[in-house]
Design a protein around this ligand. Structure first.
Ligand code: ADP
Ligand code: MG
Length: 371
């Protein structure tokens, strides 16, 4: 059997560029090279596409998330073209035919439908949710609206954008949501730009910081509860929910901030499984699948919620290209529940991408015949 030509695209223009590089490194380490010919692409912070011929040598300071970066040597610039109906990478040494893409990039221009739209234009199968699902899931306000419509509880929130920013009033926020509140960019990730505010000074600072990341922000009432996460894998009706995990941020950080996530080794305890009654675990898993479908997701996503003291599950957010770093929960939770290996999980994600592509191509073809 000939090998699948896999394009792994990492990096990207978002604040999660570095997280993506580490995710890519882990995927490469787990990839079954008897099945795949790996082609490593990276999007530099300026948006330019690079191809690294040696996928083992594309990072500087790869053991330190704080300073990891793409190597400034060993790459060539890439252009993309569609030839005989399919996307190919145009390289100085000749074109690369691609069978499937794993865009392991997080945040804006990566996880929000923009990269997915680019890959649709290239007519290439890709891992993770499609354009619409990615866009829905990236915007924390739109996601909350849809999830609420499906009858699932979310934190009370207010949203503001650059147009009505002047209407933000601390007294009103306090009256409506209580204190403390969480102030966050509508489109971000890895806790970048997120702060908990307990008084007017910290609130004003938090609003300023959130607006420095996005033109739309959410102000949410703080949910007191345990932070639980569940991985989902599959296309449409054949969904698998992973184990339920729990994040326990250390008292020093107070919540699961960027520092607690990535920079402080003892920033948070990750519990797999989360200590839950079997019935509660099942409830979290069923809800995760419902949220995944509500957001139109296919392939993979990680659904994050809070579990309150009275047993209520409050949805927080969904991540369509979750991290694949050493501490990342998506692969750990899926492997813990199913027993599959890291490389089998990657196989499964690529197979789902190719299955969806075939299904959609067939529909497009049949539609053409009807017309
Ligand atoms: N409404 C809330 N109540 C309590 N904690 C929250 C709330 N919103 C966010 N947090 C805390 O902030 C962290 C990051 O927020 P989240 O919405 O998950 O953004 P990101 O996409 O950056 O991960 C959460 O993991 C949690 O610790
Ligand atoms: Mg989160």
């Amino acid at each position: 059997m000939s090998k699948i030509s896999l394009a792994l695209i990492c990096g990207g223009k978002s604040v999660e560029h570095e997280v993506s590089l580490i995710s890519a490194k882990n995927i490469i380490a787990a990839l079954d090279f008897s099945k795949y010919e790996l082609n490593l692409f990276a999007v530099a912070k300026d948006g330019s596409f690079r191809f690294y011929a040696d996928h083992n040598d594309f990072l500087d300071n790869q053991d330190n998330l704080d300073i990891v970066s793409l190597k400034e040597t060993g790459f060539v610039s890439v252009a993309w073209s569609v030839i005989d109906g399919k996307g190919q990478a145009v390289l100085p040494a000749g074109n690369k035919i691609i069978d499937a893409v794993f865009p392991i990039m997080h945040g804006s221009f990566a996880e929000d439908g923009k990269m997915q739209g680019f890959l649709e234009m290239l007519n290439l199968p890709y891992v993770g949710p499609d354009v619409l699902a990615s866009s829905i899931s990236m915007d924390k306000e739109i996601t909350k609206k849809l999830v609420e419509l499906a009858g699932i509880k979310v934190a009370k929130y207010l949203s503001f954008n650059t147009r009505n920013r002047s209407e933000i009033n601390f007294a009103k926020v306090e009256a409506e949501l209580g204190l403390p509140v969480f102030v966050k960019p509508a489109n971000s990730g890895s806790s970048v730009g997120i702060n908990r505010a307990k008084d007017e000074t910290s609130f004003n600072h938090a609003v300023e910081e959130a607006f420095s990341v996005d033109h739309k922000i959410l102000i949410e009432s703080a949910i007191v509860g345990r932070e639980i996460e569940c991985s989902v894998l599959g296309n449409h009706e054949n969904l698998i929910a992973g184990e339920v995990g729990e994040i326990v941020p250390s008292a020093k950080h107070g919540f699961y901030s960027y520092d607690a996530k990535y920079l402080d080794e003892s920033g948070a305890a990750l519990l797999i499984p989360a200590p839950l009654e079997p019935a509660k675990k099942k409830e979290v898993q069923e809800l995760a699948k419902k949220i995944f479908s509500t957001c139109q997701c296919e392939g993979m996503s990680r659904v994050d919620s809070f579990l309150t003291a009275n047993g209520e599950i409050v949805f927080n957010e969904i991540n369509t290209i979750p991290g694949f770093t050493q501490i990342s929960m998506y692969p750990k939770l899926m492997m813990a529940e199913t027993g599959m290996s890291y490389s089998a999980l990657i196989d499964s994600l690529i197979t789902l991408a190719m299955d969806r592509y075939s299904r959609n191509s067939k529909i497009l073809f049949e539609k053409k015949m009807v017309e």
